[in-house]
Design a protein around this ligand. Structure first.
Ligand code: EPZ
Length: 417
């Protein structure tokens, strides 16, 4: 298993072009299933989750290629409706393929996506919504057998929680369903809007994405499109935190600052200078990071749960005590045990984490527990004197495109072995 070796203590500075958003490219790849002909997706990050998605599409019968950051998917010959268990297990978010397969094939067989490192990841909202659209879903020995013999029919759906994945699955299933679907209490994340933009350019009729009420008028068919994936707002927060924790500076290009307003305010509260200019964000670290009294994670446009581990790692190095409240996932603090090996002083109790800033981190061996927790370890290691070994980095490679190469561009001493 590969590891990351980090020799910390170096001040990072420089410029980076940001990768495309993992949480946008995954549902967009699923959406190609609904198209009649080839799609070209630009600004596609090189991630293991993207590779897994392309394996799923190929398994269904699509022809997929990836050249640099351009992915092409030709869905014309898709003739299967089953995702093999092995591929479902590789990527929890493959549940988002369910709505698209159902929309095209009128049936689907998938295995229940395993829980993940963030605690149980129920899919009740996904299944309830698809049933409301006319799907019949039977669970048997961990497999979900779904069918909609008379096709899917539009309806009103009220989500008890604005689930990102469930909103995306409903949009995918409703895009070519008969009639109108209205989603109340829909997720407003930018990645949902990027999916709607992709589908609308393919001929769908979706309005209201980005708000909590989304209307989808089903259409008969969708054609292939060229689409550019939005920048990854969580990767942006990650590289900014790397510069901030090492007392450095960074200029990020190809960013959407409007997607990061709640995150930028935390960097500013911690004493960093943050400038926004069109699609660029530049950050200069405070000479000494200061505590941020309380950060609460919440759905968009509030502070994103995925940026929690990243800012907790950074604020572990601040002067004073910060408090985080994680309101989205039940168990998102596993990585803090590993952060403590590097010298962080963090107490967690249920949803709350109390972070007592420390002067210095010390290098240690640690292991990733999940994607963003792994990113948190990298950020802390960059500020730890000496050599830190980070194992189980396959978690990190799911969501970050060449994180070591990008950090080396900024002056970090980091390599994958
Ligand atoms: C998406 O996950 C992202 N993943 C997550 O990013 C992100 O943390 C999350 O949205 C919240 O923003 C992708 O887009 C691939 P949810 P998703 O459905 O769709 C509960 C990362 O690090 N829930 O909004 O799974 C669920 O248990 C990943 O990039 C139900 O109870 O998130 C959780 O507590 C991590 N029943 C909460 O809702 C359901 O049917 C939020 O889940 C669905 C969700």
């Amino acid at each position: 298993m590969s590891k990351l070796i980090v020799n910390g203590g170096k001040r990072l500075s420089g410029r980076l072009k940001l990768q495309g958003a993992k949480n946008s490219v995954l549902p967009v790849l699923a959406a190609t299933i609904l198209c009649n002909n080839a799609c070209e997706i630009h600004n596609c990050p090189s991630l293991s989750d993207v590779e897994t998605s392309l394996k799923i599409l190929s398994h269904l019968g699509a022809l997929c290629t990836k050249e640099e950051d351009v992915v092409t998917v030709n869905p014309e010959n898709i003739d299967s409706f089953e995702i093999p268990d092995s591929l479902m297990r590789e990527m929890r978010s493959s549940i988002v393929f369910l709505g698209a397969i159902l929309g095209r094939m009128k049936r689907a067989v998938i295995s229940s996506p395993g829980g993940c490192e963030l605690g149980p990841r129920p899919i009740d909202l996904h299944l309830l919504s698809l049933e409301k659209l006319g799907a019949i879903i039977r669970e048997d020995h961990g497999f979900l057998y779904c069918e909609a013999p008379n096709g899917l029919k539009g309806t009103e759906i009220n989500l008890s929680f604005p689930s990102v994945g469930a909103t995306e699955n409903i949009i995918l299933a409703a895009a070519t369903a008969e009639g109108k679907t209205v989603i109340h209490n829909a997720a407003k994340e930018p990645e949902v809007s990027d999916l709607a933009d992709f589908l609308n350019s393919a001929g769908a009729k979706i309005c209201g994405s980005g708000s909590d009420t989304i209307e989808i008028h089903g259409v008969k068919q969708l054609h292939g499109v060229n689409h550019t994936i939005i920048p990854d707002r969580i990767a942006a927060a990650t590289y900014m935190a790397a510069a901030a924790i090492t007392g450095g500076e960074i200029e990020l290009e190809n960013v959407m600052p409007s997607h990061l307003i709640s995150v930028l305010s935390v960097f500013k509260e911690a004493g960093c200078t943050v400038l926004v200019d069109g699609k660029k964000i530049s950050l200069r670290a405070a000479s000494q990071l200061s505590r941020v009294p309380t950060v609460r994670t919440i759905v968009y446009p509030g502070f994103p749960t995925d940026a929690g581990p990243i800012l907790i790692a950074m604020l572990s190095h601040a002067k004073g005590t910060s408090v985080f409240v994680e309101n989205i996932f039940e168990n998102r603090y596993k990585y803090t045990e590993e952060l403590k090996r590097l010298g962080a002083k963090i107490k967690t109790e249920g949803k709350v984490a109390v972070i007592e800033g420390v002067e210095k981190f010390s290098a240690a061996n640690c292991e990733c527990t999940d994607l963003r927790g792994g990113a948190a370890l990298v950020i802390a290691a960059l500020a730890a004197e000496g050599e830190t070994k980070i194992s189980k980095i396959e978690h990190i490679l799911r969501g970050y495109d060449d994180i070591a190469g990008n950090l080396r561009k900024l002056g970090a001493d980091i390599k994958v072995v």
